[in-house]
Design a protein around this ligand. Structure first.
Ligand code: HEC
Ligand SMILES: [Cu+2]
Length: 314
């Protein structure tokens, strides 16, 4: 950590610059509206004080147009900020389809990261510069919140479900990453580093940090797990049990037994494994066992990554 007092965090992404422009402009507008009020209060208080001899005749009886305008103009300007910030907000919550998924598991008191290429790390997060990254996050215990000031992004991390966040860091460097939700004794020590590297340096880093070498990508680790747990015994082509084929399930609309429909996103796949009876696929019986007490969060993440890639139902 640098010794200098940091008055304003660095801007590591275009989003950070956009947010600063929004905050700066809003601040400027607040000054624009409040400063004249305070200046005029002071001027009038001095000028029209009781002991001062001034002409107090012809006080204006009221001016509806003036009064209307000082309500309407700030209102319209606030609306501009409403539209502007909503656009930024929607952009932040809609990751581009090609974004690189990195799984995050928070626990008291550390951050665990799983890269799609199979590398794993704790408290440090290495990412390539100029590449959209989508964080798919969950917690093993309390509520945490991932906060990277240099990217101006923050999102709560909850047990039992996924939340996500995306960014595109365009400035190489090392930036602090912290927990922004009080989560117990060592909350303040739940910090880490975001390390934004050139693409080739990231590739070299990945090659050095392949998880055990043999395990391969996160999806391949999930595939091994899928076979070890015998999921294919029901979902496979030759299975005697009737279960939906899983090829191409990710992103597909799924009709449910209760008449509803959902899109099979990461959250859906996670729930299908951990809470199989919550959303039952239409036309099938709810016979799938729950894996809630057998799998770690990291294993669920690996299975989800595997399911996202299956094209044929094995
Ligand atoms: C005993 C048989 C059985 C086993 C074992 C089993 N499943 Fe299932 N699975 C089903 C059935 C039946 C359904 C459809 C009914 C439902 O949604 O509960 C289903 C639904 C699913 C769905 C939702 C599919 C869709 O089209 O929306 C996913 C994803 C899934 N299972 C993944 C897995 C994974 C991963 C494993 C291994 C960890 C597994 N299943 C093990 C029987 C099984
Ligand atoms: Cu925390």
């Amino acid at each position: 950590m640098s010794a200098a007092i940091e008055l304003w965090p660095p801007q590591a992404s275009q989003h950070a610059k956009d947010i600063d422009l929004l905050i700066g402009s809003f601040g400027a507008m607040v000054w624009l509206f409040t400063l004249p009020v305070f200046v005029l209060i002071t001027v009038f208080a001095i000028r029209y004080r009781r002991s001062h001899e001034v002409n107090r005749e012809h006080a204006p009886p009221g001016n509806p147009w003036l009064e209307l305008s000082w309500s309407a103009i700030p209102f319209l300007m606030i609306l501009v900020f409403f539209v502007w910030s909503t656009a930024l907000f929607l952009d932040l919550y809609r990751p581009p389809a090609e974004a690189m998924p990195i799984h995050v598991v928070a626990k008291q008191w550390m951050w665990k990261f799983q890269h799609p290429e199979g590398a794993r790390e704790i408290n440090d997060l290495h990412v390539p510069v100029g590449t959209p990254v989508k964080l798919v996050m969950t917690s093993e215990d309390a509520i945490h919140s991932l906060y990277v000031p240099a990217l101006r992004i923050k999102q709560d991390v909850l047990p039992g479900r996924y939340t996500s966040l995306w960014f595109d860091a365009e400035q190489e460097g090392v930036y602090p990453l912290r927990c922004a939700e009080f989560c117990g004794t060592d909350h303040s020590a739940m910090t880490g580093r975001l390390i934004v590297m050139r693409a080739d340096a990231y590739a070299a880093w990945l090659a050095r940090n392949r998880d055990g070498g043999a395990d391969g990508t996160l999806a391949a680790q999930g595939g091994a797990l899928y076979r070890r747990l015998g999921c294919g015994g029901c979902h496979g082509a030759g299975a005697s049990v009737r279960a939906p084929p899983l090829g191409g399930v990710f992103g597909r609309p799924v009709a449910l037994a209760d008449g509803g429909s959902v899109t099979a996103d990461e959250q859906y796949l996670r729930d299908a494994i951990l809470l199989p009876n919550r959303q039952v696929v239409a036309g099938y019986r709810p016979i799938m066992p729950t894996y809630a007490n057998t799998l770690s969060e990291e294993q669920v993440n690996a299975l989800v990554e595997y399911l996202k890639g299956v094209r044929d139902g094995r």
